[in-house]
Design a protein around this ligand. Structure first.
Ligand SMILES: *[C@@H]1O[C@H](CO)[C@@H](O)[C@H](O)[C@H]1NC(C)=O
Ligand SMILES: *[C@@H]1O[C@H](CO)[C@@H](O)[C@H](O)[C@H]1NC(C)=O
Ligand SMILES: *[C@@H]1O[C@H](CO)[C@@H](O)[C@H](O)[C@H]1NC(C)=O
Length: 506
């Protein structure tokens, strides 16, 4: 009871904040409606946590190719489809086909859910993307609680998938269900696209999005993804960009078989020595990439952007401490974030064919393959980068006069993604965050690559927004993954407030 009173008091506080900021006039219908929705979510939060518990209990692991786990994935998608149907959505579970594994085994791909609620042409249509598959988790990996039993400790809800991505998917559903339960008209038309293979590379997603471009997606105005985290424990964020990636292999070959250094050492151009020289020519010890021209197209830093970095809630020393690194290449918050988000980086990942076991074998590898990748940022052009890398390595290799053969290939290319933060949905999300959390969000980017944002932006050419709910320490993919009850419940309110703001802006 004490707890309930506390929750009521917090809704009242949000309402008073709303009034004080003059965002809504006291009697305006959206303000009253939002107040009611917020109260509803507070009062029903234990039910929302219970549903998350039921969803976390399904071992929807898409990584391990085991028939039993595939069945669990199908069960997960069926649970979600049922939940959406009960909200009144029309639901289409689209057959995902099957997947041929490298070992010849065939496994079925779980269906992708396409659902919709409302088709009023006067309202904007917002489409939410989420996924319900999870990374593998076993108690003996170092979990303190059973990964598939959602367990609350000090306001933290521990369980595999709690933050990535079952919690955020349910937060969106909770927001819709609050409007439905109060028999209130939804302020926006809502669509859902929910898949079960994200962790395994979204194998069937892009094809489906292309196929549905002129049907399911034709009426979509905005796409929202909540599949990443804040950069802070307490301060909400909006993600407005991610880096891309171009992954290269460089093969140096003398012959297919290895050599003995007693018999051939001294009379060969050794492939490994060539490769080390090639890899060593890519980046210097200050992190600067040495490939000529590579920085030519990097977007210049604007004053507005500089201010954005200043406002972000990050303690560089705490970040460094928690990473167990003695020193980063940069000391200030701004430099660290810019080099993670808005400048390219080059990483050397490994060497195939190298002798990497313990011991002292006197082998000369006959053929080695080096692997490195470049994180791309706006406005780098991937095909230009590919040419620059190849020309640079060919030049370095030619200077060695080696009699070996070298082949450079770009194995994978993913474009960077950048949002237009002046879009209506970013404005609406900012206002909703201010209303629910009482603060401006951190405007963040993600240093890694989230291909789904590009798929939606490139294929259906609509505005995409990433609106994360989870805190920086949620531990997605790690042991003891959690979502805070606070993030989950306030996140549900945030989505409700976002619907109302979208309706106002439209
Ligand atoms: C980082 O670690 C050092 C040494 O353990 C400690 O003195 C310092 O207070 C820590 N700083 C932060 C911000 O956590
Ligand atoms: C990238 O560069 C290539 C080759 O110069 C050009 O054809 C292509 O249009 C460029 N792409 C973009 C998106 O600018
Ligand atoms: C490569 O060959 C050229 C011409 O034969 C020679 O001038 C140069 O010194 C050689 N470079 C190396 C690294 O051996």
């Amino acid at each position: 009871m004490v707890l309930k009173l506390g929750r009521m008091a917090s809704s009242l506080l949000v309402f008073l904040l709303l009034l004080e900021r003059g965002m809504f006039s006291p009697s305006s219908p959206p303000a009253r409606l939002l107040e009611k929705v917020i109260q509803y979510i507070d009062l029903h939060q234990d039910e929302f946590v219970q549903t998350l518990k039921e969803w976390v209990a399904v071992e929807s692991d898409s990584i391990q190719p085991v028939p039993r786990l595939r069945q669990e994935l199908f069960r997960m998608m069926a649970l979600a489809a049922d939940k959406l149907r009960r909200l009144g959505a029309s639901v289409d579970s689209v057959d995902g086909g099957s997947q041929q594994l490298p070992n010849g085994q065939t496994l079925p791909i779980p269906p992708i859910i396409l659902a919709e609620l409302g088709n009023d042409p006067k309202k904007p249509t917002v489409c939410f993307y989420g996924h319900l598959d999870v990374q593998p988790a076993r108690r003996e990996d170092g979990w303190l609680t059973d990964p598939y039993t959602l367990t609350e400790v000090d306001g933290k809800l521990y369980g595999r998938g709690a933050t990535d991505n079952k919690g955020p998917v349910l937060a969106w559903i909770n927001a819709v269900s609050a409007f439905r339960a109060m028999e209130e008209d939804l302020p926006v038309n809502i669509k859902f696209i929910i898949e079960g293979m994200e962790e395994a590379g979204s194998v069937a997603l892009e094809e489906l999005v292309r196929r549905e471009k002129d049907r399911f997606f034709s009426s979509v105005d905005y796409v929202v993804i909540s599949d990443n985290l804040w950069i802070s424990r307490r301060k909400p964020a909006l993600t407005c960009g991610t880096r891309g990636n171009s992954y290269f292999t460089v093969e140096v070959k003398c012959r297919d078989q290895d050599f003995h250094s007693g018999t051939f050492g001294g009379i060969l151009n050794e492939p490994m020595a060539d490769l080390i020289a090639l890899l060593g020519s890519l980046v210097d010890s200050s992190g600067h990439i040495l490939i000529p021209g590579i920085y030519d197209h990097v977007a210049p830093l604007t004053e507005e952007e500089k201010k954005m970095y200043k406002a972000i809630d990050l303690d560089p020393e705490e970040y460094r401490n928690s990473s167990q690194v003695k020193k980063f290449l940069f000391d200030t918050k701004e430099e660290i974030l810019m080099h993670l988000w808005r400048y390219p980086s080059l990483s050397i990942h490994g060497i195939e064919g190298a002798f990497e076991e313990p011991g002292a074998k006197t082998v000369i590898p006959g053929r080695v393959i080096g692997k490195f990748s470049i994180r791309l940022v706006p406005h780098m052009n991937m095909s230009v980068v590919e040419t620059q890398v190849k020309q640079h390595l060919e030049y370095i290799f030619s200077k060695r006069n080696s009699s070996n053969q070298m082949v450079v290939s770009m194995a994978l290319g993913l474009h960077p993604w950048i949002a237009n933060i002046k879009d209506n949905q970013y404005l609406a999300a900012k206002r909703a965050i201010k209303t629910v959390f009482g603060t401006e969000p951190d405007m963040i980017r993600d240093g890694s690559t989230i291909p789904i944002a590009n798929i939606f932006q490139d294929v259906i050419q609509k505005s995409v927004m990433m609106l994360p709910l989870g805190a920086v320490d949620d531990g997605e993919h790690a042991q003891n993954e959690k979502i805070n009850r606070w993030n989950y419940i306030e996140g549900s309110k945030l989505f409700a407030a976002f619907f109302l703001e979208m309706a106002k802006l439209h």
